[in-house]
Design a protein around this ligand. Sequence first.
Ligand code: SF4
Length: 122
Amino acid sequence: MKRMFTCIICPNGCDIEAEIDGQKILSLTGHLCAKGVDYVTQELTDPRRTIASSVKVTGGTLPLTSVRVTNSIPKDMIFHVMNEINKRTLEAPVSIGQVVIANVLNLNSDVIVTKNVPAIRD
Ligand code: SF4
């Protein structure tokens, strides 16, 4: 069967047409480099994504901070990781790189802060 992919490894965003049989690639067209082959292979065997979200902050100059995962996670775990992130609240001050959840759901990825939020001064 034919299946279309858009490679997200670089800004070229190649549209790749793959002829596949299950997880086996029979032919590929549209990729400008070999990384496109790796991308389609990964998508067929173990699709992964990085995710970014936000977490509530108390006592800070902003009510939220942004967060992201440090390593891509299996696509079918995104909902579960988002659930874990949504349970969290941080107390200001919050610093970039601060770990919000270490090794979230044992996926070999931490959730870390990507925006500083200073504490409100009285
Ligand atoms: S196939 Fe290569 S050039 Fe095309 S988007 Fe993927 S990494 Fe970039």
